[in-house]
Write a protein that binds this ligand. Structure first.
Ligand SMILES: C[S@@+](CC[C@H](N)C(=O)[O-])C[C@H]1O[C@@H](n2cnc3c(N)ncnc32)[C@H](O)[C@@H]1O
Length: 286
């Protein structure tokens, strides 16, 4: 008797399990078929963004991929929302750490929300292309695409990280929106840096002297009107020596713009944004 009851219970449980799976399958296949409009409606829901830590799970449960999120980002203007979405997408990408080259920073990534905020402060509508010097797993390249840059360039010296970014961004690469290069940013030809309107880096190199050398190389080669953003400007003394320009002792985020034969650096607050000419060092300071 007990045996029959157990068998009956087992059958009921199997039935319930299979029905749930079937329902799940139907639900997923429906979500796979989400029309462009329903993807838009889903991602537009404001409450989706109230708990950023749950956003990745919500995107997963709706079966949304990075392409659909990228397309959605092209239709909205809120850069904060774009960066929340990019964060949810990018947290799943591997971030290989190369412990061998201790002179270089490896997998430390700059916060995407702060990245988005700063890009919006410095960029103008003329800035169409973006470059990340030390592009790691491609996170900032994807974020820049989401922010509306038409073409993004990534240079990375770690083959493992470059491969991760390649796998992640392959479809955009095939559309000509992404160009990746495996190279040492210090060794690459200077013209490489003339390709982008907005060049970004998060100090790839730890020591101040080689980092100032890399900065100066990019700075000298950037195109007219281009902007160079450094997240961790801590080597202005070394930069003054190399460039003979009066770089201010500003720490942290630092942007410089090329204007014909001279350069300008940015200061800003909530009310204003000012570009100041980088003057030549006075003879006495040399
Ligand atoms: C601090 S991480 C920044 C990652 C990403 N750009 C960001 O802002 O979140 C620095 C990156 O630069 C790469 N890197 C370090 N030295 C480099 C060099 N000389 N040439 C190219 N890439 C380099 C590292 O492998 C790492 O991916």
């Amino acid at each position: 008797m007990q045996y029959k009851i157990n068998l009956l219970l087992l059958n009921i449980l199997s039935f319930l399990f299979l029905t749930t799976c079937e329902k799940q399958k139907i639900k997923l296949s429906k979500q796979d078929d989400l029309s462009k409009d329903s993807v838009y409606q889903f991602l537009k829901k404001e409450n989706l963004y109230h708990y950023p830590e749950k956003l990745a799970a919500s995107l997963d449960s709706a079966n949304l991929n990075h392409r659909q999120i990228y397309s959605f980002c092209q239709k909205i203007s809120d850069s904060n929302q774009k960066m929340l979405l990019a964060t949810a997408v990018c947290q799943k990408i591997d971030n290989y750490t190369n412990e061998n080259k201790t002179e270089y920073w490896s997998s430390i990534m700059f916060d995407l929300e702060r990245f988005g905020e700063y890009i919006e402060v410095v960029r103008t509508p003329e800035h169409k292309s973006f470059m990340d010097v030390g592009s790691a797993n491609g996170e900032k390249l994807y974020a820049a695409l989401c922010l509306g840059f038409e073409k993004v360039y990534g240079i990375e010296y770690s083959p493992e990280l470059l491969e991760i970014s390649h796998d992640f961004l392959e479809s955009y690469k095939n559309e000509g929106k992404v160009a990746l290069r495996l190279a040492d940013a210090l060794a690459v030809e200077g013209e490489y840096y003339a390709q982008a309107d907005l060049i970004y880096m998060y100090s790839p190199i730890k020591d101040h002297a080689p980092m100032a050398k890399l900065y100066h190389k990019i700075f000298q080669n950037m195109r007219n009107g281009a902007i160079l953003i450094e997240v961790r400007m801590v080597y202005s003394k070394e930069l003054r020596q190399i460039s003979q320009l009066d770089f201010p002792n500003m720490m942290g985020l630092f942007a410089v713009r090329r204007q014909g034969n001279h350069y300008e650096y940015l200061t800003y607050d909530s009310y204003r944004k000012n570009w100041h000419k980088l003057e030549k060092l006075p003879q006495s300071a040399k």
